[in-house]
Design a protein around this ligand. Structure first.
Ligand code: CP
Length: 305
């Protein structure tokens, strides 16, 4: 039985197989519409979500399976004091696979020790979000036609941004990727990313504080939201929240084939005027999330078309 807790739980070969399967699902939807008949996905979301939970649920429905779960800790027995371990042990009696989001880093990892069915980390605090990473990789693959040899700028909250941490870990295993880290000093990537990912693997990276100085170098820009819910101090959030806003003026400095990604939700960091630009990929990215989660569910359940 395999769980997905950290993006590196999947080898590059396994990720490539999931990408191929997702692409085949996109091209041949009818072939897959009953492959998970009689299978159940439980979505245990102790923290809010729109895309991740609903795309998981849509994915299972489009595979012919069923869905159960809860969308907030308030509607579960967590409010009565039940532990994550007990919750997961019980739900693994009812479902064949579990997607779990929790504000505490490591909660899905702990759940994987007590579960009788595969656990998918659907986001744990500021730590990891491996299924967003699969979504991002499928989007890059579809937009650029490859997963190697490009320069990617990651912009915004690189400290608490779990999507950023997971994407860096995954992309670091592909050839010829250069990373440009755009953040205020307070929101730089954690030290372990610098030492354990970039320096240990001799990967080219630089840290800058403005978008303008690097826009023209980038093949991909990955915008992120400054996350109010991760700050201990409201004043710091207010001071930093609008540091970076991608708008038409900044896009004039960018390559014509730039790809603009964002895991969403966005607040102000991408102006709405950018949505009509063909380089804006973020709504296509949200759709890719459903297809890649279909491929992941099939893979972890060992289901074939
Ligand atoms: N990208 C993402 O995780 O979005 P949600 O929080 O809406 O699931």
């Amino acid at each position: 039985m395999k769980h997905l807790i950290d993006p590196t739980d999947l080898s590059v070969a396994e990720i490539d197989e999931i990408m191929e399967l997702a692409l085949d699902i996109i091209d041949h939807k009818d072939k897959y519409n009953e492959v998970c008949k009689h299978k159940k996905l439980a979505t245990l979301f102790f923290e809010p979500s729109t895309r991740t939970r609903l795309s998981f649920e849509a994915a299972m429905m489009e595979l012919g399976g069923n869905v159960l779960g809860f969308s907030s800790a308030d509607s579960s027995s967590a409010t009565k004091g039940e532990s994550v371990g007990d919750t997961v042990r019980v739900v693994s009696c009812y479902a064949d696979i579990i997607a779990m989001r929790h504000p505490k880093e490591g909660a899905p990892h702990f759940a994987s020790f007590v579960s009788d069915v595969p656990i998918i980390n659907a986001g744990d605090g500021g730590h990891n979000h491996p299924t967003q990473t699969l979504t991002d990789l499928l989007t890059i693959r579809r937009e650029k036609g490859r997963l190697n040899n490009f320069t990617i700028g990651l912009c915004g909250d690189l400290k608490f941004g779990r999507t950023v941490h997971s994407l860096i870990k995954a992309l670091a295993r592909y050839e010829g990727i250069k990373f440009v880290l755009i953040s205020p000093k307070e929101l730089r990537v954690p030290d372990y990313i610098i030492t354990e990912v970039f320096e240990k693997n001799n990967i080219e990276y630089k840290e800058v504080s403005t978008m303008e100085e690097v826009m023209g170098e980038l093949d991909i820009i990955y915008m992120t939201r400054v996350q109010k819910e991760r700050f201990f101090n409201e004043a710091d959030y207010v001071r930093l929240k609008d540091t970076y806003i991608l708008d038409r003026a900044k896009l004039k400095l960018a390559k014509e084939d730039l790809s603009i990604l964002h895991p969403l939700p966005r607040v102000n960091e991408i102006a709405v005027e950018v949505d009509d630009d063909p380089r804006a990929c973020y709504f296509r990215q949200a759709l890719n999330g459903k297809y890649v989660r279909m491929a992941l569910i099939m893979t972890l359940l060992g289901v074939k078309a």
